[in-house]
Design a protein around this ligand. Structure first.
Ligand code: UDP
Length: 476
């Protein structure tokens, strides 16, 4: 049986579409391009419906087996108030109680690949002598920050947000304290403790796969590979293998098909996509301003509409696509009528990659999740940066200041709201202005460089992954 001589690798994403999507792409790539047998372990949660839909709508190659871990009952361990990362980490901890027996049952795989928040796997795999790798689902500069955080935690007494100067990760662009992610803004709460716990364990990995490539993040990649960095900071070998992005779905739902048919009728680069990731939600006041700003800009758009939430910016993180809603209930009165033909309002979810790939799509107002950024850049689409949660403020600053493919609207000082005139201004700028043209040129250059990086056998990202796989094959 040929199957038995193939290396067997287990891939385990933690919950959340932003983890699930890139790890599934990674798994497919191992199978299709590198002839590996992959078992893809799924942690089942409230969000599994969306994940399952994805598993069924994309064609999974033979040699990729999906296995559900036994669902964990966490009802006694969390409450309504439990914040997003804490909830996620508790789900993972409870779900991984069965990991050891699952791995034994699967025979001894050559390697396990996890993402950032499943680091309990390190001990389990050490007992079984299985090397464990991390697939880092965010930017290289965020990895550098993460590797540095335990040092910062030891050396700094106050809250990081109260530091007088930006944070200087060795060799990297300084990080402004206002861009720090929510999880490190208050060191006394569980969100910080969970984050620090997992990232402190990154050095236990046999290697870290990076979903990025040199041309996108030259400074951070050079910094991490520099001996000064890894002399000061424990750093496993890093392998830039990106950008791996979700492939457009093989089959689309009826609403998806309608959205793509509408795009077919628009002229090239004329449509702005507004989509805030799998979890993003705006406050009611901000959504009203956004709708007015769009209308005032008179540009064509597709708006992925979510019910506003004043409580949380990641309102649908655990209920992806499940927020079936009626936009007339929360968009400004008459908005749908006045923008008919100019814009398309789609409740909850669009086939984002297919939309970004479409020639009519000219720009993307994005919450700056790392997957969304890669999807936009690899299709040569410039962005309006609208960071909401996690490390998105750091991503937004990088896109605007280092990469030059995005513009960020300015909120009214003292208030946290971006007003309609400002939204109108940035939308016009990216769709019609000279700045927009320059950003689109830059995005297209990076698109070409991404194709080169991934090219079979000769691309740098292909080569980095091949090197690791050679080791796995030697052990198989
Ligand atoms: N996505 C999608 N349709 C939507 C919203 C999101 O297909 O309406 C996909 C998007 O293409 C991306 C993922 O969901 O692959 C979101 O990942 P990202 O890292 O951008 O953000 P997160 O959801 O983790 O905050």
């Amino acid at each position: 049986e040929p199957e038995t001589s193939k290396p067997h690798v287990v891939v385990l994403p933690s919950p959340g579409m932003g983890h699930f999507i890139p790890l599934l792409e990674f798994a497919k790539r191992l199978v299709v391009h590198h002839d590996i047998h992959v078992s893809f372990l799924q942690i089942t949660t409230e969000a599994s419906a969306a994940q399952n839909q994805l598993l069924h709508s994309s064609t999974l190659p033979p040699g990729l087996d999906v296995i559900d871990l036994a669902p964990a009952n966490i009802s006694a361990l969390v409450s309504e108030e439990t914040l997003v990362l804490t909830r996620l980490c508790i789900i993972v901890r409870e779900s991984l109680r069965s990991l050891k027996s699952v791995l034994i049952e699967l025979g001894k795989p050559q390697a396990l690949v996890i993402d950032l928040f499943s680091t309990q796997a390190f001990e389990i795999c050490r007992e079984l002598s299985i090397p464990t790798y991390t697939f880092f689902t965010a930017s290289i500069s965020f990895l550098a920050f993460s590797l540095y955080l335990p040092t910062l935690d030891r050396e700094v007494d106050c809250e990081f947000v109260d530091l007088p100067e930006p944070i200087q990760v060795p060799g990297c662009t300084p990080i402004r304290t206002e861009d720090l992610l929510d999880q490190v803004r208050n060191r006394k709460i569980d969100e910080y403790k969970w984050f620090l716990l997992h990232i402190s364990r990154l050095p236990m990995a046999a290697g870290i796969f990076l979903n990025s490539w040199e041309d996108l993040e030259p400074t951070s990649l050079k910094a991490i590979k520099d001996h000064i960095f890894y002399r000061q900071i424990p750093t496993p070998p890093v392998h830039p293998i990106g950008p791996l992005i979700k492939q457009a779905e093989a089959s689309v739902t009826e609403t998806d098909a309608k959205c793509l048919a509408w795009l077919d009728k628009q002229s090239s680069d004329s449509v702005l996509l507004i989509s805030l990731g799998s979890g993003g939600t705006l406050t009611a006041a901000q959504l009203t301003e956004l709708a007015w700003g769009l209308e005032l800009s008179q540009q064509r758009f597709i708006l992925v509409a979510r019910k506003p939430s004043d409580a949380s910016a990641s309102g649908t993180f655990f209920n992806v696509g499940g927020d079936i809603n009626d936009p007339t209930e929360y968009l400004p009165e008459g908005f749908l009528e006045r923008t008919e033909g100019v814009g398309l309002v789609v409740p909850s979810w669009v086939p984002q990659v297919a939309v970004l790939r479409h020639p009519s799509t000219g720009a993307f107002l994005s919450h700056c999740g790392w997957n969304s950024i890669l999807e936009s850049i690899t299709h040569g689409v410039p962005m309006i940066a609208w960071p909401l949660y996690a490390e998105q403020r750091m991503n937004a600053t990088m896109l605007v200041e280092d990469v030059g493919v995005a513009i960020k609207p300015v909120a009214v000082p003292g208030k946290e709201i971006v007003e309609r005139e400002e939204i109108e201004r940035v939308v016009r700028m990216v769709m019609e202005g000279e700045e927009g043209k320059a950003m689109r040129r830059k995005a297209r250059e990076l698109k070409d460089s991404a194709v080169e990086a991934l090219r079979d056998t000769t691309g740098l990202s292909y080569e980095s992954l091949s090197r690791v796989i050679k080791e796995w094959k030697l052990e198989a």
